[in-house]
Design a protein around this ligand. Sequence first.
Ligand code: MRU
Length: 345
Amino acid sequence: MSNQDKLTVQALQWHGDTLQVLDQRKLPDVITYDHYKTAPGVADAIKTMRVRGAPAIGIAAGYGVALSVKQHFPNNPQTWQALVNEDIKLLAASRPTAVNLFWALDLMQKKIAKLDNNPVAVIDQLAIQIHQDDIAANQKMGELGADLLDGVQSVMTHCNAGALATGGYGTALGVIRSAVQRGLQTVYAGETRPWLQGARLTAWELAQDGISVSLIADSAAAYLMKSGKIDWVIVGADRIAANGDVANKIGTYSLAVLARQHNVKFMVAAPTSTIDWQINNGSEIVIEQRHPDELLPDCYLQDDSLVSAWNPVFDVTPAELISAIVTERGVVLNPCEQGLEILKR
Ligand code: MRU
């Protein structure tokens, strides 16, 4: 049995010539899958957030490149690399913040540059490897993160950093899954406006695994912490700068500020593919702005409406507010003081 077969919820399944994507826009009401046979199709699935979550976006992009090679190599043996590079550009333009997208495309591009003949099987294998490695990294992080939660009764998470956002098992939810096996009692999830990743996805995903979860309005987090009900906040990441600043779903930064105020610890769980060694700090991270209609009720959508919306979907939490960054290569406590150098290879 492969790692993947052991997982309950799977956002992405590879069928050799098709990428099957669970449509996360419709969860939890409708469980429906879309099937993609081309890279532009996969780029659209990422852009429209049928698939979302930093590691899952990277994995989907890898399979998108595999589909592109399958399409172009047999028909254009002389020019296939240029055609695949066009598809890679399209995939890279699908969303800006999650660095796993660019990391996976870079791996693919470097491999392609070395291949002249019969690239299909090699590129397929690389895409599958990226997926399998992510699952293994999550399981490792689950254990390392749970080690930090020894004796902890209650935690909170934000957005969805679970199986749905990764190859499987999850980053923040992987830590929570492992900690529940060791006795963690209570999980709170913020609903995560405006797209409701917490209410729609995290709550559903945990329930699929028989883990009970208490949903809170995002605005209830301060009161929850003041009431002494949680010991740790545990989140994932979309991009981590070399100094330990972390971009994650909008609202993460406010949770980190609240956690500091209330003496609650703050954990970021992310694979090293989420670390962007090229940037020194979080101010260099591009924050995606999404369409105002994700926020605005229909009645404000007319052209002459006086009501508009500002909809940044990520924010940056400074390293000094983070108690621990958990990766598959190890844990950095107080990243602001330690730096991330020990994670470098
Ligand atoms: O806009 P989304 O849903 O793609 O944002 C996802 C997040 O912010 C997650 O917390 C992050 O990608 C970590 S997922 C393991």
